[in-house]
Design a protein around this ligand. Structure first.
Ligand SMILES: Cc1cc2nc3c(=O)[nH]c(=O)nc-3n(C[C@H](O)[C@H](O)[C@H](O)COP(=O)(O)O)c2cc1C
Ligand code: SF4
Length: 453
C-alpha cells in the first residue's frame, strides 16, 4: 500500500535545489495525480544539458549507487556503456518484482517526468538512440502516467518506448528484462555477455532502476556537492524506503542516509507493538533482531556490520505477536516457487530448503533439520545463472540465525501466531489450524511454561 509519508506533503522547494527533504518527492500531489510537466519544471527547473563527461563526473562525485538492489556504483555503469559501440540503449527497469516494495510504482505513477529526465540524461551520456521503460503487466497506474508524460515531452532528443511484461520475482533481473525485450521469455539468461556489452537489440545497454534515474535527474540539475549535503560521507544523499509490517503508517518514505532506524520507524508512524525483528532489504534481505536493528542507522557501514544491505529499500517490521519462523517459511516457499526452473541447485535446492523450513515452523524437525538447511544453503549459493538463489539463501540463513532458537519450541508446542500478512504473490501456503500455543516471540518462556503446566 502506498501512503503519503510525512516528507511527501511538504511544500515544493525553490528551483535552486531542495536543501532538506523531500528531494525526489518534492511537490508530489497529495491527491495522487501524476505531476504535470509544467509543475515538474516549476519545482525542479528545466531539463539541463550537461555534456556526457560532465554528467558522468557529477554522478561519480555524488557517490550515487543503484537502487534496484545490487548497490552498484552508477557512474561505473554509465562509463562502461558510454565506452561501448554506438548506438546504445537505456532501459528503465520498472519491473519492481519485490512484493514488499512500492517505491518504483510511486515514482513512475506520480513523478514520471523525474524518471524520464534521468533516462534522457543517461541516454545522452551513453549515446543511446532509444529509451525503453519496462513495467510489470499490473502496473496500470505507472503505464498511464508514463504514457501521458511521454505525449507532452516533445523536446526529448531520444524516443521512449513503454513495454509491459509478466511479473514473477526473477522477471526484474536485468538479463531477464533484456531477454523479454528481445522477444524471449522473461527469464534470466546465462551471462556473459552482460547487458552493458550486448543487451537490448544487441546494443550495449544501460539498465537502471527508476529511483537511480530520478536521482540522476537531480544530480544533473543541482550538482554532486548539493547531493552530498544530506547523508553520510560514505552514503550520501537520500533514499526511498518502503516501510511495512507492524507500523502505524506503512508506505514509501524519503529519508537521508544516516537516519537512525528508530527515526525511520517513527517516520512510518511508529511501531504498533513491541518488535522482535526487522527484515532489511526485502526478500533477498536479512532479518536482524530488534535489539541490534534499532541501534543501526540507514547507512551501508551500519547495515554491513550486521551482514545486511538496504537492497531495493525495503524494511519490514515484525511485531512480537507474529511468528518469525512461519513468516520466513512463507517467504522462502514463495522464493522457491519463483525460481525460473533453469538451474538445478536453484530449482531443487530452494524447494528442499523451503520444505524443511515449512516443516520446522509446523513443529516437525528440530535443530538437526536446521543444520541440514544450513548445509544446503552453502551448496546452493553461487550455483545459479542469476543471483536468485544467493538472495534466497541469505534470507534463510538470517532466519535460522534470528529465529533458530524457536525451532525446538515449535516442535514442543503448536504455533498459533496469526500470519503477519507479508505481501506474497499467491499468498502464504495453507497452514494447519490446530489449537495450541504460540511458542515464539516475546513471552515465549511464559508460553512454554504454560505448555508444561
Ligand atoms: C531475481 C532478481 C530480481 C530483480 N528485480 C529487479 C526489479 O524488479 N527492479 C530493479 O530495478 N532491479 C531488479 N533487480 C536488479 C537488476 O538485475 C539490476 O541490477 C538493476 O535493475 C540495475 O539498476 P540499478 O543499478 O539502478 O540498481 C533484480 C535482480 C535479481 C537477481
Ligand atoms: S538461478 Fe534460479 S532463477 Fe536464476 S536463472 Fe537459474 S533457475 Fe532461474
Amino acid at each position: 500500500m502506498i501512503r503519503r509519508g510525512r516528507e511527501q506533503v511538504a511544500a515544493p522547494a525553490p528551483v535552486e535545489g531542495h536543501h532538506s527533504l523531500p528531494r525526489l518527492l518534492a511537490g508530489m500531489d497529495p491527491g495522487g495525480a501524476p505531476m504535470s510537466l509544467a509543475e515538474h519544471e516549476r519545482i525542479h527547473g528545466p531539463l539541463p544539458q550537461p555534456s556526457p563527461l560532465e554528467l558522468i563526473e557529477a554522478v561519480e562525485m555524488s557517490g550515487l549507487r543503484g537502487r534496484g538492489g545490487a548497490d552498484f556504483p552508477t557512474a561505473r555503469k554509465l562509463r562502461a556503456v558510454a565506452a561501448g559501440r554506438r548506438p546504445s540503449a537505456v532501459v528503465v527497469n520498472g519491473s519492481e518484482t519485490e512484493p514488499a516494495s512500492a517505491k518504483d510504482r510511486l515514482l513512475l505513477s506520480r513523478l514520471p517526468h523525474l524518471v524520464l529526465d534521468g533516462a534522457m540524461l543517461a541516454a545522452m551520456a551513453v549515446g543511446a538512440r532509444e529509451v525503453v521503460v519496462k513495467l510489470g503487466d499490473g502496473a496500470v497506474g505507472s503505464f498511464d502516467a508514463l504514457e501521458g508524460a511521454v505525449a507532452v515531452r516533445a523536446a526529448d532528443p531520444v524516443g521512449i518506448r513503454l513495454v509491459t511484461g509478466p511479473e514473477g520475482y526473477v522477471a526484474g533481473e536485468e538479463s531477464a528484462v533484456v531477454h523479454h525485450l528481445n522477444g524471449g521469455a522473461p527469464l534470466p539468461t546465462f551471462v556473459p555477455p552482460r547487458p552493458f556489452e550486448r543487451g537490448y537489440r544487441g546494443r550495449p545497454t544501460l539498465i537502471q532502476n527508476p529511483e537511480t534515474l530520478a536521482q540522476i535527474a537531480l544530480v544533473a540539475r543541482f550538482g554532486a556537492s548539493w547531493y552530498r549535503e544530506l547523508g553520510t560521507r560514505a552514503d550520501p544523499g537520500s533514499a526511498l524506503v518502503t516501510i511495512s509490517g507492524a507500523v502505524s503508517e506503512p508506505g514509501v518514505y524519503e529519508l537521508a542516509f544516516g537516519t537512525p532506524m528508530t527515526d525511520l520507524l517513527d517516520a512510518a508512524g511508529g511501531s504498533t507493538e513491541p518488535l522482535q525483528a526487522l527484515l532489511v532489504g526485502g526478500y533477498f534481505g536479512t532479518w536482524v533482531g530488534s535489539r541490534r536493528a534499532l541501534g543501526l542507522r540507514l547507512a551501508r557501514e551500519d547495515l554491513r556490520s550486521v551482514g545486511c544491505s538496504l537492497g531495493s529499500g525495503v524494511i519490514i517490521a515484525l511485531g512480537e505477536s507474529s511468528c518469525g519462523l512461519h513468516e520466513s517459511a512463507y517467504v522462502i516457499d514463495y522464493l522457491a516457487r519463483q525460481s525460473a526452473g533453469q538451474c538445478g541447485p536453484c530449482v531443487f535446492g530452494l524447494r528442499a530448503i523451503a520444505d524443511a523450513v515449512l516443516a520446522m515452523a509446523d513443529g516437525v524437525g528440530g535443530a538437526r533439520e536446521r543444520d541440514r538447511v544450513l548445509r544446503w544453503t552453502s551448496e546452493v549459493r553461487g550455483r545459479g545463472a542469476c543471483h536468485h538463489p544467493d538472495g534466497a539463501v541469505r534470507f534463510v540463513e538470517s532466519a535460522m540465525d534470528v529465529f533458530g532458537d524457536e525451532i525446538e519450541a515449535h516442535a514442543r508446542v503448536r504455533c498459533t501466531a496469526p500470519p503477519a500478512g507479508l505481501p506474497l504473490d499467491g499468498g502464504a501456503p495453507a497452514r494447519p489450524r490446530r489449537a495450541g500455543l504460540r511458542p515464539g516471540g516475546r513471552g515465549a518462556g511464559r508460553l512454554r511454561g504454560a505448555a508444561r503446566r
